[in-house]
Design a protein. Sequence first.
Length: 445
Amino acid sequence: MKKIYVESLGCAKNQVDSEILLSLARKKGYEITDSAQDADVVVINTCGFIESAKKEAIDTFFSFRNALPQAKIVLAGCLAERYFDELELPEADALFGNHDLSFFPELLDKLENAECGTQVRLRPETDRTKSDCERTQFLSRKGSVYLKISEGCNHRCNYCAIPLIRGPLASRSREDIINEARALIERGYYEINIVAQDLGAWGSDLYGEGDHFTSLMKDLASLEGDFVLRMLYIHPDTFPVNLIQAVKENSRILPYFDIPFQHSWPGVLRGMKRSGDRETYAGLVRKIREALPDAVIRTTLMLGFPGEDEEAFDDLMKFVKEAEFDWMGSFLYSREEDTPAYSMRGEREHKRAHKQAALWQKELENVQSEITGRRLERFVGGIYTALVEEPIQGEDLAIARIYSQAPDVDGLTVIMGEGLKEGDVVRVGIRAVRGLDLEAVLINE
C-alpha cells in the first residue's frame, strides 16, 4: 500500500480541499501518513492569492523536494491553478489544478504510470460543486471542522485574484450542504465552521437574488445533535441584515461575525470596487451589537492600496477606534498581475507606498491590540462552553476556545483542570485576561 502526505497551505477553504484529496486517495487504496518522510506521494496544496503566499508555496515545495528526492511531489491548489499554463517547474512530478478535485485519482494513476522524469499535468475544468468528493479524512483538531458551502466569487474586487483562481460564484445545493452537515454532526463534530469566499452570496446563482444564506443557517441550526455553527467571512456590502435576528433566535448559531471591511475611506473603497464608507460600516457594527450585546466582530483591513494617503489612513484609524473590533487582522496590498488594480500605479510607486503602509500597519495593530485587550475584559467572571484543543502534557492545563475565538486566527483560552482531552466540550469560568488570551477554570457541573 502506497502512502500519501498532504501539506495544506493557505485558508480554511483550501484545507477542505486538502481533506478531499486525502479522502479520494484513501478510497483509491493509499495509506494516509502524518510524516512526509514516509510518503511515496507528497502533495503541496498551495495558496496563490498574494505575493507572500506564492513565495511560501514555492519555498515549501523546494524544501520538500530537497528533503525527499525519492518521493513523487505534486504541486496542487491555487498556485497551480492560477499559473498552470505558465508555470515551469520541472522539479515537480505533477501539477494539478483545483477546479474539480474528483479527478485526483486519475492524476494518481497517471503519476504511477509515468516514465521517470515525465511531468504529469492535469487541469480539470468541470463544475467543482458537483464532484463526488465525500470527506472521510480531516485535518482539523478533534471536535471542530470546516464546511464549505460555495466556490468562487462574483464581487470582483479590483485587487483580488480569487476570481482568476476559483472562478465565479458556484454554490452547493441546499440539500448537499445539509446532508454533509448532518454527517459531520453524526461523526461527533461539535463546532461546524461555515466557510466560503462570501457566505452572504450563497445561493444567488442557484435560486436568484435574495437572502438565501439566512434561511440556510436556520435549516442547519434545526438539525438534531449537539453542535454549534460559526460563520466565517461575510462581505460587508451585501451583509444580510436578517441574519442578525436569526442569530438572536438560534443559540446554535454563534454570535460571531467575520466581516472583512478592508478600509473605511470612500476613495480607497471605490478604487477597490467596494461601496461602503466609515459611517455605513460603523452603522453595521452598531446594529449587530444593539441586537446582540454578546456579539464578537472580527475584521480584516488592507493597508497600502492605491489612493491611500494620510487622510485616508486617519479615517481608517478613527473607524477602528469607533468600531472597537474584538479581533482585527491586517495585511499589505499585494500588486497582483491580471487584476484591475495592477495598472493603478507602477512598481516603483508601489514599493514606496508599501514602505509607508508597513509603518501605518504597525500603528494600527498597536491600537487594535489595546482594544482587543479591553474587549476581552468583559468575559472575566462569566461562564462559557469551551472546546478543548490540546491538553498540556505533564500539567493540569489545556488549550481551548470559547465562542469568541475562531480556530487558528484568534486568541485562546487556557483552562486549569484535570483530565481534559482533545475534543472535550466543557464549561469553564473565565477568571483573567492574559495578553490576548483568556485564563479559565474548569467547572464540574
